[in-house]
Design a binder for this molecule. Structure first.
Ligand code: ADP
Ligand code: ADP
Length: 258
C-alpha cells in the first residue's frame, strides 16, 4: 500500500530508473576536509552505488592490524601517501565486489598520477571491454574549498567508529555532545586530524594530487564545484553533474572509449 502510493507520486518508471540505472565510475577529488566523505554518503543514498573510500579501507586494515595495516600505519600517521601498488590492490579487490556493478564513488582515489593511469586501464578492461558499461571514463568532480576553511573543517571533524557518520563541532554537531545521533557511539577524532599532520596532508595534496586534477582536466573530464556552500547545495550541484553524465548500460550504440 505504502509502496503503491510512493510509486504513484514518483511515477513507477522514475523509481525503477533510479534503482536500476548504471551510473559508472564517479571520482571525488579534493583536499582533506573538502567534504568528499560527506558527499559520497549522500551520493550512495541517492543512487544506491557504494562509496569506495581508500582512507576508510586503509584505516580498517590498521584497526584490525592486518599485515597491510601494520605496514601502512606509520605512513598514514605522518600524513604521507601509502605506496601506489598497495592502494591499487585494495581498490581492485573492492571494485570487483558485485555491489559495484552499476557504479561506485571513489573517495580519495586516485591521489597520484600513477593511480590515475592504473584506474584508466582497470576500468577499461574490467568494465568496458567486458561489455558491462558503455563507457569507462569516470565522472570526475573536484570539490574546492578555501585553505583556512579546510583547517577549520578538519580540526572540527568527528566521526562515528561504528557507522562512519561524519560530524563537525562547528557546522554539523551531533544532538548530544560527542555522541553519534544514529547509534549512540562515542565519536572519535581521527589520529591524522591533528595540527602537526594536517599541514603535511594539505602539502601532499598540493604536490601529488593536484596534478591528478590537471590530468583529468586535459581529458575534458574535470568538473569543479564550489565546496564553500552548504552541504545541501554542494550535493545538489554534484547530483546534477552525475545525472547529466552517467554512463548508461552497454548498448553497442555508443562509441568505444566515450
Ligand atoms: P573529506 O572526506 O574531504 O576529508 P569530510 O566529508 O570528512 O571531508 O568533511 C570534513 C569536515 O567538514 C567534516 O567535519 C564535515 O562535517 C564538514 N563539512 C563537510 N562539508 C561541509 C560543508 N559544505 N560545509 C561545512 N562543513 C562541511
Ligand atoms: P581525507 O578524507 O582527509 O582526504 P583520507 O581518509 O582519504 O583523508 O586518507 C587518509 C590517509 O590515508 C591519507 O593521508 C593517506 O595516508 C592514506 N590514503 C588514502 N587514500 C590514499 C591513496 N589513494 N593513496 C595513498 N594513500 C592514501
Amino acid at each position: 500500500m505504502a509502496v503503491t502510493l510512493v510509486q504513484e507520486r514518483l511515477g513507477a518508471s522514475s523509481m525503477a530508473e533510479q534503482v536500476l540505472r548504471t551510473i559508472g565510475p564517479v571520482v571525488l577529488l579534493g583536499p582533506p576536509g573538502a567534504g568528499k566523505g560527506t558527499q559520497s554518503k549522500r551520493i550512495t543514498e541517492h543512487y544506491h552505488i557504494p562509496q569506495v573510500s581508500t582512507g576508510d579501507l586503509l584505516r580498517e586494515h590498521v584497526r584490525q592490524q592486518t599485515p597491510l595495516g601494520i605496514e601502512v600505519q606509520a605512513i598514514i600517521a605522518r600524513g604521507e601517501l601509502v605506496p601506489d601498488h598497495l592502494v591499487c590492490d585494495i581498490v581492485a579487490w573492492r571494485l570487483r565486489q558485485p555491489d559495484a556493478d552499476r557504479g561506485f564513488i571513489l573517495d580519495g582515489f586516485p591521489r597520484t598520477q600513477k593511480q590515475a593511469a592504473w584506474l584508466d586501464s582497470f576500468l577499461k578492461f574490467e568494465f568496458f571491454e567486458t561489455g558491462k558499461w558503455a563507457s569507462w571514463l569516470p565522472i570526475v568532480i573536484r570539490i574546492q574549498v578555501d585553505y583556512n576553511k579546510l583547517l577549520l573543517r578538519i580540526t572540527g571533524r568527528r566521526t562515528c567508529p561504528t557507522c562512519g557518520a561524519i560530524y563537525n563541532v562547528h557546522s554539523n554537531p551531533p544532538l548530544v555532545d560527542e555522541i553519534c545521533d544514529k547509534d549512540g557511539t562515542k565519536l572519535v577524532i581521527r589520529d591524522d586530524d591533528r595540527d602537526e599532520v594536517i599541514r603535511e596532508r594539505l602539502d601532499t595534496y598540493e604536490r601529488q594530487t593536484k596534478p591528478v586534477a590537471e590530468y583529468y582536466d586535459k581529458l575534458g573530464r574535470l568538473v569543479t564545484i564550489n565546496g564553500d556552500q552548504s552541504v545541501d547545495d554542494v550535493s545538489a550541484a554534484i547530483l546534477k553533474e552525475i545525472d547529466g553524465r552517467a554512463c548508461g548500460v552497454a548498448s553497442g550504440t555508443e562509441a568505444k572509449g566515450n
